[in-house]
Design a protein around this ligand. Structure first.
Ligand SMILES: *Cc1c(COP(=O)(O)O)cnc(C)c1O
Length: 443
């Protein structure tokens, strides 16, 4: 067997798993079943799988609620009053922030809005927002509605909202953005720029942006730089403090495996987090906890990202997140990223093999840039992409379809393995063969 054929074999995949120090984590997650067999799950970028431990973490809170009623705020095994504190250190580790720069609260789109209250404060001359093409719809609505909200004050027009939204576009014939073009756009709008707000990893193409360069250029232009880390947290290396990013928000149900609708997270750089004078929408949980229950009339924000909190902690959702963060702490982000690089490279190789063996009928192109990616690869299948995706679904693969022609595949290093990727390649080959009516099946 030649080397190429060996790598594209179950034996190779098994060897890789045997030598994978993280392989044991897979057994700590629940895989949905398809016809009695665990599915090939590649949708951790959409909803992470349930950690085995999530149930006992939630049950602990149900029991303590039963046992203590309201006194659980102080007397539960993990008291609810400071519950978000139990997530602080592991969250800070995940994104390389200082503990006081992070807080777990609300949900993602809500956090984007609340942070924009402080960090998007346009004037008649500086009001533009730069964002990426293929922006997640919720982010687009958030940015557009913020621009609209500020554009008109009473009868006065502060700025033209149609002029406020600057969408970064790839060059003709290219599929993702070049950093040099992003930097150039920032420079071009430097006199009127208020905010650069990008996804850390674009949800559609899987492109990872150059956080450090973009943040630096944004600051040079006198503007604020924020990131939506929905597809970045728990997936790629982040150094938010060092990169000097102003603010960021993310959700915890994708790579962080905290379950549907789980509580989100936020980062505020300490430069701002210490600034009591920054305007914000306030709630009692952002107030200094020393005086919270004396119910002072005047809001005194707590120093740190905590000062952006509004409401008391959603304990059940946070309990599930605690279960998952414990696993992240055990595995370590560095090791996860190392495995992720290897596993995704294997997927890239396998896709290349499928292309060779199907001899270009329904050729698959990978639109995710190989030099800037996390675990996700976004595949465009020429012709019949939808039918091929359906074939995969019928055969126990969970990977998602994005209109008009993209299949997103995310092998997650915590619970996916090399055999998953190998099997995926087999089914992809079969699907393409069947749809194009050429080659025979491999099994
Ligand atoms: C998943 C995702 C969202 C979802 O927002 P919610 O407020 O959590 O419903 C928003 N933006 C991006 C970029 C996402 O990937």
């Amino acid at each position: 067997m030649n080397k190429q054929a060996f790598i594209n074999s179950l034996e190779f995949a098994r060897n890789m798993s045997t030598n994978d120090p993280l392989s044991g984590f897979r057994n700590r997650f629940h895989f949905p079943k398809h016809e009695g067999k665990p599915v090939l799950y590649f949708c951790g970028n959409s909803l992470g799988l349930q950690p085995d431990s999530a149930q006992s973490f939630i049950i602990e809170e149900l029991e303590d609620w039963r046992k203590f009623g309201v006194e659980g705020h102080m007397h539960a095994r993990h008291p609810w009053f400071p519950y978000h504190e139990f997530l602080r250190d592991s969250t800070a580790r995940l994104i390389n922030a200082k503990p006081e720069e992070v807080v777990v609260m609300n949900s993602l789109t809500a956090n984007i809005h609340f942070l924009m209250v402080s960090f998007y404060r346009p004037t008649s001359s500086r009001y533009k927002i730069i964002f990426e093409n293929n922006l997640f719809p919720s982010d687009r609505y958030a940015l557009a509605s913020q621009a609209n909200f500020h554009a008109n004050k009473g009868n006065q027009k502060l700025f033209d909202e149609n002029d406020a939204l600057i969408e970064l576009m790839p060059r003709d014939g290219e599929l993702y953005l070049r950093t040099e073009d992003i930097l150039e756009t920032i420079d071009k709008h430097k006199d009127s720029l208020a905010l650069v707000m990008l996804g850390g990893v674009n949800y559609f193409t899987g492109q990872v942006f150059d956080f450090a360069e973009i943040t630096k250029a944004t600051h040079n232009a006198g503007a604020i730089c924020g990131f939506d880390l929905a597809h970045a947290t728990g997936n790629v290396e982040l150094k938010l403090h060092e990169w000097d990013v102003d603010f960021a928000a993310w959700c915890s149900y994708k790579y962080l495996n905290a379950g549907p609708g789980a509580v989100g997270g936020a980062f505020v750089h300490e430069r701002h987090a210490k600034n009591n004078a920054l305007p914000r929408f306030a709630g009692w949980w952002g107030n200094d906890p020393e005086t919270r229950f004396t119910m002072p009339e005047k809001f005194i924000p707590r120093a740190g990202a905590d000062g952006w909190q509004l409401s008391n902690a959603p304990v059940f959702s946070m309990a599930a997140l605690r279960a998952s963060m414990e696993i992240f702490d055990e595995a370590g982000m560095d090791k996860l990223i190392e495995k992720s690089r290897s596993l995704t490279s294997y997927l890239e190789f396998i896709v290349g093999e499928v292309n060779k063996q199907t001899e270009g009928s329904n050729k698959i192109s990978i639109i995710t840039p190989s030099h800037a990616r996390g675990c996700q690869l976004s595949l465009i299948v020429e012709n019949s992409g939808k039918q091929i995706h359906e074939y995969l679904i019928e055969n126990g693969v969970i990977a998602d379809w994005r209109h008009p022609n993209v299949i997103r595949v995310a092998p997650v290093p915590l619970y996916n393995n090399y055999e998953d990727v190998f099997e995926f390649g087999q089914l992809l080959y079969e699907g393409i063969s069947k749809v194009s009516g050429t080659a025979t099946t491999t099994r």
